[in-house]
Design a protein around this ligand. Sequence first.
Ligand code: C2E
Ligand code: CA
Ligand code: CA
Length: 779
Amino acid sequence: MFTTRRLSTRIVGLFLGLLLLVQAAGFGAIRASIESSARQTLAAELQVGERVWRRLLEQRAESLVQGATLLAADYGFRSALGSGDTETLNSALENHAERIGATISAWVDAGLAVRAVHDASGGAAADLKALGRLAGEMARGKGGGGRIANIGGQPYQFVGVPVKAPLLIGWVVMGFPVGQEIVDDMRALSGLHVALLVPAADGRPRASASTLGAAATDALTARDERALIGGQEMVARRVPLADGGAAALLLRPVAEAVAPFRQLQQLMLAITLVGVAVFAVGSWFTARHVTTPLRSLVDASVQLGRGDYDQPLAHTERRDEIGDLAKAFDQMRVNIAAHAGEIRQLAYGDRLTGLPNRARFRDAVQQAIDAPGSALLSVVMLDLDRFKHVNDVLGYHFGDRVLKAVAERIAGQAVREGDLVARLSGDEFALLLPGTDGAGALAVAQRLVTTFELPLLLDDQMIDVSAGFGIASWPAHAGDADALLSRAEVAMYAAKRKTASALVYDPAIDAGSAQTLSLLSELRRALERDELRLHLQPKISVGSGALIGAEALVRWQHPQRGMVPPMEFIPFAEQTGFVRQLTLWMFEATTRAWPALRSLGLARVSVNLSTRDLIDGDLPAKLDTILQRHGVPASAFCLEITESAIMDEPQRAEATLNALSSAGFKLSIDDFGTGYSSLAYLKRLPVDELKIDKSFVMGMAREADDAKIVRSTIDLAHNLGLSVVAEGVENGPILEQLAALDCDEAQGYHIARPLPAAEFAAFARRWRERDASTAAVLH
Ligand code: C2E
Ligand code: CA
Ligand code: CA
């Protein structure tokens, strides 16, 4: 995430950098061209300015010449010339000079000698020689229009007019100061600044007039280039005025010329700034467009790395390269997921949960035992109850998810370092707890029992999970890993048998299981030695109280142990398959007893079937053989099957049930309410009767919940057209309750315990007499 964030920053940075580079180059180019064109413009302006300046001087000269010509033609002046009277001449010069605004006026004779001078400036008279020289130059036609000369440190514009009578007798020379007035005119005309520079007495120039005001002295050092004048950068052009260094300096402020370009530049700058902003936002979005999916790809790969292959990738719908990448990535995920099981199996042993398998667990236990300094450890083994039914009813996929969830719950208890959780087989798990003794391990197991009490919630399905826990410790119970595991297993099966949630191994359990083994081989001989007995438990009609049936229950008359109850050998008979012979023996015995039972008024007799019977496709034929032999109809029998017996192998069970039903047997679901089957499923089966499990019936007087279950089971069964039998009716009030709930039949110790077949007839007679005398069982 960190790196991709940097990537987007880098993309944005790069784009902005490039943009700024291009803009800076453009900016520089424009600036350079502004510079050069400003320079050109300024130079051109100054050139024009020079022409205007010269023209201005010429115009003035022309008007001065007119004034001088007028003087030369003036009668008074001519007669003063004729008189040769200097006084008169001077006053004539003075009059005229004043009239046309000349500062200096002089009469120069044909020999170029200055004869009379009027000098209003008061300093030029000393420079008579200069005046004479000027007149001479003008006489020779040089600067006839006007000539500028420096007189007394001040530039003057001179004009000379020849006086003829009729031959040339001399010259009238008039001089006008070139000063502030003309400088201001020039500024007004051209917009340029002007400074007049004249050499002073000490040889250094000074500004005699200028449009610059106080900054005029700055202009003294200006050449034909830039100069800083009055704090302003200006371009200058020097126009010589007269010999001796006087000059007019034409000046133009650079800023004024550049101003329009500056505006352009500012506009450029504004456009650049806006461009940068737009670009920044644009490239940021572009970068995000790329880096956001990249980031999610990174997250996804981290997830894949963790082994989570369930999350489909985002951005696969995109039609660009990112989309292609995401699609390729997602395909990779799917492929990995497909192989994940194998990969996990390679790495850990169990492909479903990722937990170690039995072999690895065994090795880990052995290693823990062998580890130097290891003093004790315990193994907790557990096996889920009825897990097979979860698989059968809800499907293997669902079963897998249950196993995963269970594995997670167990792993939650492996909190200490060195603790190890393994999946030994289908629904069998184990925990290795180093440094923990039996008591400590029992506490862990009990915590797990508590954890398991919370139902699993998968896809809105609540699944109750329970398990039997067995614990064995090293070195207390076993010396090596194999022995330890088998002791834990023995303890676990003992826990399941005794429906204790957890048991620590005890050598006595093993003795018990050894006993069990010998019991099974004994059971085999029991048939041959005819040690099995048929007991019958009466069933009555709840409504009328009449004896209407009986359930056949097996007993084992053991030569040493006495009467062995079925719960001590039926489960083992089922495990070994021996129960199939037992069922046939019971069926045969019941069939033989039937004629007597029928004569006692019974409608039918019930016989229990087990899972093993149901998966035996030949069962209907075998039963039929027995019926044939004794000439008894199938309709005399009700066959009781537990829900779990059906759910162990639903398809084969269903086939057998269909065959039995069409052979004429009534079918009953035994222990209803303890399994996983739903009525909706049972409806598909050719069932006639539901037998509510005794645990609910026995509890219904005390537990409101049990009463509710009984009530709703009766209602549902009736709705499905099934008759309902309540077993475990231990007292009168329960029977009354059942009557109120419209239950059909009842069976239980309140009516009678299972009786040896020989005693049944006597019971039936007693029952009928009592029935007749009281007219109702309910009292
Ligand atoms: P089940 O089929 O549910 O049989 C009913 C059991 O409930 C019988 O126990 C019976 O004695 C007992 N019972 C009857 N009324 C009451 C009562 O009011 N209160 C209490 N607490 N119990 C009552 P039993 O005979 O020990 O049989 C136990 C189980 O052994 C049977 O349960 C059945 O699953 C199995 N079993 C018995 N005989 C056979 C057989 O011939 N074949 C097969 N496959 N299983 C059998
Ligand atoms: Ca039964
Ligand atoms: Ca039962």
